[in-house]
Design a protein around this ligand. Structure first.
Ligand code: FES
Ligand code: FE2
Length: 335
C-alpha cells in the first residue's frame, strides 16, 4: 500500500469538519483533522509528544489544538506554542507534531503523506452539476476486495436481488480497456429489468449504457445512462489498515425535471445496495483470513474483478505501470 502514501487521499468531507477535532486512521497511521485560525484544514499525527495521548481527545483552540492531558498547545503547523506548567522565564522547548499537506476542494479535505517537492495531482469529483450526496462509511474488509466488488456485475442479482438486478437472464458483452493506470468496462446489451432501480430510472425494453471505471490507485466510478439521463456512484477507497477501509462516495443523478423528486428515493436505494456490498466484502475478508492461502477460482464473467484487483495491487506497490501498452478485450457472459 506504500504508493498510496504519495497520493492525495480524502480525509473528511468539509461539512463534517466543524469545531471539534476529528480523529481518522489512514494506512495504519492515526491522524487528527481540525481547522487553523484561517479556517484551513490541518492534518497532523494524532499523538501528543508529551505522553503520547491522542490530540483528538483535546480541543481545537485559537487555530491550534490543545492536548486534554496537561494542556500543551500546538499551532496549525504542529509547533508547540504553550506548556502551561513551564515557569514564565523558562524558554519553550522545540517540540513538534508532524503535519501533512492538505487541500480543500469541492467539499472534500484532501491530504497526502507525501512531503516531496513534487506534489501529486489532485483527483476530481465528476458530475458536480448533477444532484449528488456525499457519504463516508467505514467497512471491515480489505480495500481491494471492495474495489473488485464494485466491478463485479454478476453478484448484483443475488446480493442486491430485486434492487438492481435479478438472476442472470441476459447475454451481455463487456468491452474492457486497460491502460497503465485505468480500466474501463463498458457493459453492452443490458436491457431494462424489473428491479426497483431500473423501474425508478429506466425505460422498459431499452438498453442501458453501463460503464465502470477503475482509476488507479483507489478511485472507482460507476455510471448508468439511458436517454441522456444518468445515475451513478464515484468512490475513493482508502485503507485504514489491512482489514479496514474508509469508503468515500458520491451518489449522483441527472434525471431532468424529476431529479429533485426522485433523488431521495434513488439515494436510499443506492445506500442500501452499497451497505450490502460492504457486508459481503466483510465476509469475503473474514473467509480469506479463515482459509489463508486457499485459491479462489474465476470464470470469464469475473474478468473485470480479477483485472482490477491485479492492477490495484500493482499500483499500490509501484504506481502506474510503465512497461504496458493499452489493450482492449471483449468478453460475453450472462447477466
Ligand atoms: S500528554 Fe499531552 S500534554 Fe501531556
Ligand atoms: Fe454490489
Amino acid at each position: 500500500m506504500d504508493y498510496l502514501r504519495n497520493c492525495w487521499l480524502p480525509a473528511v468531507w468539509s461539512k463534517d469538519l466543524r469545531s471539534k477535532p476529528v480523529p481518522i486512521q489512514v494506512l495504519d497511521t492515526r491522524l487528527v483533522v481540525f481547522r487553523n485560525q484561517d479556517g484551513q484544514a490541518v492534518v497532523m499525527e494524532d499523538r501528543c509528544p508529551h505522553r503520547g495521548v491522542a490530540l483528538s481527545d483535546g480541543y481545537a483552540i485559537d487555530g491550534g489544538i490543545m492536548c486534554a492531558y496537561h494542556g500543551w498547545r500546538f499551532d496549525g503547523k504542529g509547533t508547540c506554542v504553550k506548556i502551561p506548567s513551564l515557569l514564565p522565564e523558562e524558554p519553550l522547548p522545540d517540540f513538534r507534531v508532524p503535519c501533512y499537506p492538505t487541500c480543500e476542494q469541492e467539499g472534500t479535505v484532501w491530504f497526502t503523506f507525501s512531503l516531496g517537492a513534487k506534489m501529486p495531482d489532485l483527483p476530481a469529483w465528476r458530475h458536480l452539476n448533477a444532484t449528488y450526496a456525499s457519504t463516508m462509511i467505514e467497512i471491515e474488509g480489505n480495500y481491494i476486495h471492495l474495489m473488485e466488488n464494485l466491478v463485479d456485475n454478476p453478484h448484483a442479482g443475488f446480493i442486491h436481488a430485486g434492487l438492481i438486478r435479478g438472476e442472470p437472464t441476459q447475454r451481455v458483452q463487456a468491452e474492457i480497456t486497460e491502460t497503465p493506470s485505468q480500466i474501463r468496462i463498458q457493459t453492452i446489451g443490458e436491457k431494462h429489468n424489473d428491479s426497483l432501480l431500473f423501474k425508478l430510472l429506466g425505460k422498459r425494453g431499452e438498453e442501458v449504457n453501463h460503464i465502470e471505471e477503475y482509476l488507479g490507485p483507489n478511485q472507482m466510478v460507476s455510471t448508468y445512462e439511458q436517454r441522456g439521463y444518468f445515475a451513478g456512484v464515484q468512490s475513493f477507497i482508502v485503507p485504514i489498515s489491512e482489514h479496514r477501509t474508509r469508503w468515500f462516495f458520491r451518489t449522483f443523478l441527472k434525471f431532468g425535471p424529476m431529479t429533485a423528486l426522485v433523488f431521495p428515493i434513488y439515494r436510499r436505494v443506492v445506500h442500501r445496495i452499497l451497505s450490502q456490498d460492504a457486508a459481503v466484502v466483510k465476509k469475503v475478508d473474514e473467509q480469506d483470513q479463515l482459509w489463508p492461502g486457499r485459491r479462489t477460482h474465476s470464470t470469464r464473467s469475473d474478468t473485470p474483478s480479477v483485472m482490477v484487483a491485479r492492477a490495484a495491487r500493482s499500483y499500490a506497490k509501484d504506481g502506474p505501470r510503465t512497461d504496458f501498452t493499452e489493450h482492449t478485450r471483449i468478453i460475453s457472459y450472462m447477466l
